[in-house]
Design a protein around this ligand. Sequence first.
Ligand code: NAP
Length: 438
Amino acid sequence: MRHIAIIGSGPAGYYTAEAAQKLWGDDVQVDIFDMLPVPYGLIRFGVAPDHQSIKGVSRRYEKTALNENVRFIGNVKVGEHVTVPELMQLYDAVILATGAPNDRELDLPGKDLSNIFDSAAFVGWYNGHPQFNDLNPDLSGQHAVVIGMGNVALDVARILSKTEAEFEGADIVTYALQSLIASNVKAITILGRRGPHQIMMTPKELGELAALERASPRVDRDDLPEEEEDMLLEPGLRKSVNHLRSFAAIPESVHAEKPIEIHFDMFASPQGFEGDGKVQRVKVERTEVHQGRATGTGEMYTVPADIVVSCIGYRSSPIPDVPFDERAGKFANDEGRILRGIYCVGWARRGPSGTIGTNRPDGYSVVEKIAEDIDAGTLGRADKKGREGFDAIAAERGLDVVTFRDWKKIEEAEERAAREGAPREKFVDVEAMIRAKN
Ligand code: NAP
């Protein structure tokens, strides 16, 4: 029997468990650890609450989770309740699937003014992450600035724009929904330091902006390059740029029908924040882009901002005793191998890029590497204690482990508490989750 520990129960974790199960069948036992009592990581706390079809992928993970030889071990923090070296003693392979939960920092003057948030916090707030349930963003002002030209910036701009009716069927937590219903935001500026040909936004997500009930996307025609230059772009990006072109062609009369404006301000690099305790403006430098690189022109201006959300990408969290690549913000690894017996997968391996599905081949590939290492004899004999060994540690330390069966109880309680039309009302603190399973 081979024993595998996967740290993190998001997409990368479950695809890896699925791959191990497919390869070794009954000859493997997989334990999936999560610091929270609830599984699915990014699916629950990152994917936007109005993107329920994407969240549906958790049904596939549940199939894996319900296999006898796969266990969910929730409410256990690796690095605190149990260490990586301890797990390495017990399991043949320890795989870090911990994602990239921390934001890349936007270290600019004025960053400590209030009502400036990073995307992990803001997204975590509307998705009911226990760490951010008390964020309480102030949405009483008219101007919001979203920094970054990726899909997270789009999620944030869209969530700030939607009406109550447009949240029907979404699992946005009720406190966030109420706060958004009462919001006064009328102008959302998406700041991008480069131009239309360098956006990271994908076509489907960008296209959604055109269908919003009360918000209209606005792009300055002058920011768009000559149309024939689009031919050089890869097809996905070309489609996204087409959306920007169609936004630029929206007539003023149509903009005027919608009370909220989503303005793409490109070639605009944030330089600092100004305000009196609370943010009021973002200081911006106009840029020029040559061969994909932005350089400042020296032209400065300000954009009004009563709230700022910085969506400029993520970093993994280091774990004690595990080599970390500080510059790249991910574990130092060679195709998923970190050290003998320790691997990484998903965003922890390659950084925060790609879609949820990108993690599937990633999971399968790390399992192949483990199989190669087993064949080469580098992981030693199959005589580790695995889950039995962990259970002894959990009992000795009095850990309140949440199993998959416990999670199903939590899930049922969340479904029972749902508002009309919503799939669930999430528990937003760990104590409430634990109470629901007891
Ligand atoms: P991202 O796609 O890497 O975009 C980050 C953006 O931040 C880029 O436009 C980048 O501009 C900008 N940026 C970085 N540093 C900056 C700085 N110092 N000043 C100003 N701008 C800066 O990251 P993301 O939006 O966080 O998304 C992460 C991953 O999740 C992506 O793979 C994304 O597709 C995925 N995701 C997917 C969905 C979906 O499919 N529905 C939803 C959300 C997220 P430069 O290019 O100039 O560096």
